[in-house]
Write a protein that binds this ligand. Structure first.
Ligand SMILES: [Zn+2]
Length: 444
């Protein structure tokens, strides 16, 4: 029998917004079992000082206390943009977005045609996600429908997944007919509803007909929409040169305008990147409540294993009242750990002398803001009471007089650039709905 209550003794950081993160030293988090369909799932009942929590709940029957008092509890991460089928091209040479796609990414994605290969890789990727403490997000597969099935059946967490749609300007080995693309959208949107995302790869590779059809199917089934927008300037010029000759698009002057015309903007839409946007485009995104997935480690210079796409102006986006959250953009981004993404966000803004890019903000944007992008902020995203008990435990930095949530997060994230891969080892355990689904000690 699973206990009705679990109390975990640990330090706690609970992100609330860009400026506020609740810190509890010598704390405890209390989980309560939810008896639904005889599953063993837990929600957060309460958290606070260890003393208070033990006094209030320690006497309960069927209560287990776990002592992790040298560890720090944070919510599970939410990664709002990554390609699970690009795991092997993360560290390949990235001279430019378009050549990296053609040279490495597309040939690699073509391997996923094999169901056996896809299934095998999805199991490995499931392990990787838990090791870095990611428990939700918005995910791109390849053009093959089974990459959606495999991700949704094997990844533990709250994910929405889509198969990329590639009907034009794509290599022979990775192109599909309009008819195949529509069939896949129809079947998968109908099957997975809100767990599915209609996913035009980006405007150059997906014909307007399929984008229009996808938008309608998403609306009908309550599915999401995700695609790439204005990542590099070359890409923008390419898109505009392609669409200016297409009937109905002759007068459209912006990249966002093309997506708008296809019906792709809206509250359930997540646009990847959105770095180079005009004021007019910001208004379109804001009015439609479209959100942006910002991928700082992918946008970072080539010398830092990114694609060198430029600096995302979060201040401009926030001024335009557009919601945004952080994302790893594997494989454009080199590392899956959201700790690396947070560090990249803070450092790239610091280098450009832009203020207020704090770790407190980065943590909020890597957790609760991501839940908002997925329309799941009432159930997941931080450690608030009555949310699912989705969290990670990491080594707690030593207590320092006068410390703040910001200083704790900073010391946690201080790994030199050369050792960035070490972020992958930071998470000691990952918990999904109160169950410990990964424990680093069990790896060895
Ligand atoms: Zn991407």
């Amino acid at each position: 029998m699973m206990p009705s209550f679990k109390i975990i003794l640990c330090d706690i950081l609970n992100p609330i917004n860009d400026k506020r993160c609740i810190k509890v030293r010598k704390g405890a988090i209390v989980l309560k079992k939810i008896n639904k369909d005889s599953t063993n799932e837990y929600k957060i009942l309460d958290y606070g000082s260890e003393k208070k929590m033990i006094n209030s709940y320690g006497h309960k029957k069927s209560c287990v206390v776990k002592n992790r008092s040298d560890q720090l509890c944070l919510p599970g991460f939410i990664d709002t943009h990554f390609h699970w089928v690009q795991d092997d091209v993360r560290l390949m040479a990235k001279k430019s977005l378009l050549t990296w796609l053609e040279r490495y990414t597309w040939p690699y994605e073509a391997k996923f045609k094999s169901k056996r290969y896809s299934l095998k890789r999805s199991k490995l990727f499931h392990d990787e996600l838990l090791q870095v403490g990611t428990l939700g997000g918005a995910v791109y597969g390849s053009i093959h429908g089974h990459t959606v099935d495999h991700a949704l059946s094997n990844f533990i967490g709250d994910y929405i997944v889509g198969n990329v749609l590639m009907t034009q300007n794509s290599p022979d080995y990775l192109i599909q007919s309009t008819c195949t693309a529509k069939k896949l959208i129809k079947n998968l949107a109908n099957k997975y509803k809100a767990k599915y995302a209609v996913t035009p790869r980006f405007a150059p590779t997906t014909c307007a007909d399929v984008m229009l059809f996808g938008a309608k199917q998403a609306k009908k089934n309550g599915s999401f929409i995700q695609t790439h927008l204005s990542e590099t300037e070359n890409e923008i010029n390419y898109v505009l040169s392609l669409f200016k000759d297409i009937k109905g698009f002759e007068k459209i002057k912006t990249y966002t305008g093309i997506y708008k015309k296809c019906g792709l903007l809206g509250k359930r839409t997540i646009m990847g990147h959105g770095i180079h946007l005009s004021d007019e485009e910001l208004v379109m995104l804001s009015k439609s409540k479209t959100s942006i997935a910002h991928c700082p480690s992918s946008n970072a210079p080539v010398s830092e294993f990114g694609l060198g796409s430029g600096l995302f102006s979060f201040k401009r986006i926030e001024k335009a009242k557009i919601h945004w959250a952080l994302a790893s953009d594997i494989g454009g981004g080199p590392f899956l750990s959201m700790f690396d993404v947070m560090r990249s966000f803070v450092n790239s803004n610091k280098k450009a002398k832009i203020s207020n890019a704090t770790y407190t903000k980065a943590l909020y944007r890597a957790t609760l803001a991501g839940a908002i992008s997925l329309n799941k902020e009432k159930q997941i995203g931080n450690l608030d009471r009555n949310k699912w008990a989705n969290f990670i435990l990491v080594p707690s930095p030593k207590y320092k007089k006068g410390e703040t949530a910001e200083s704790i997060l900073k010391s946690l994230s201080q790994v030199s650039l050369k050792k960035r891969s070490r972020y992958q080892d930071l998470v000691l355990s990952t918990w999904f709905r109160g169950e410990e689904v990964f424990n680093r000690n069990e790896l060895f």
